[in-house]
Each structure stands twice: as C-alpha cells, then as structure tokens.
Design a binder for this molecule. Structure first.
Ligand SMILES: [Zn+2]
Length: 128
C-alpha cells in the first residue's frame, strides 16, 4: 500500500473509514503500463480490509480514470490491493484464509461482518 495516499481516517457507526487514493507517481495506464497519463475524472469504491482490533476497517478509494498519452486508452487505474470487481482487499483474503484454519465459515463471516457467501468465495479461490 506504499502507492496509496491516506487522505483521512474517521470513525463511523460501523467502524473505521480510511479514504485513500493512489499517489500520482504510481498512476499508470492499465493497458500498456505507461506512466504518461492524464486524469479524466474519478469514481469512488469501498473495500473491506483487515480489522484493527474489534473495529472493522473500510477503505474508501478514489479511483482515477486515466487517459494514456502513449496508447490512447481511457480506462480506470488498476488497483494494487484488490482483485478487479471485488469489494475486499487481498490482505483481507489472506487474513480470512488464516482464520479458516481454525474457525468455521459462519464464525468468520459473523466476526468480520461479511456474508457467508463471500467467505466461501474467498476460500474457493484460495484452493484454485
Ligand atoms: Zn497505455
């Protein structure tokens, strides 16, 4: 996550909310890898990540849409910390797979405030 800038962090009723965005120096074209890109708007997405103690932690990411000056592609940046289309971080996946060594999927899901189906999906992916 050294490529991420923490904009701020606040508590809400559900836990800790950390707003992040990719540092400009790390922005690159997700098609050809060029760093010669210009920003073309952004969207926001939320990712569940590993908890801090009993507090759940959500990353609210500002995701840049980039135009590449080399290949001309206009596309969202690729995030280093989550798989495409997933709403949780790779770090949380690793953590869940560790917990599953000694806890049931139901326990893990309840503990992390996730659905059983998501925990199942993560376990299945681990097994490949
Ligand atoms: Zn490109």
């Amino acid at each position: 996550m050294k490529d991420q800038l923490i904009v701020d962090a606040v508590h809400d009723k559900k836990g800790i909310v950390v707003r992040v965005r990719t540092k400009d120096a790390y922005l690159k074209c997700s098609n050809c890898g060029s760093k010669r890109v210009s920003k073309k708007g952004s969207t926001r997405r939320t990712f569940l990540t590993t908890p801090i103690g009993c507090d759940s932690v959500r990353l609210v990411a500002q995701i840049q849409r980039l135009k590449c000056k080399d290949c001309g592609t206009i596309r969202q940046e690729r995030l280093s910390y989550a798989e495409p289309k997933k709403s949780y971080t790779r770090r949380l996946e690793k953590y869940i797979n560790k917990l599953l060594a000694g806890m049931t999927k139901q326990d893990v899901a309840r503990n992390l405030g996730m659905s059983w189906n998501t925990v199942q999906e993560i376990q299945m992916r681990q097994r490949g």
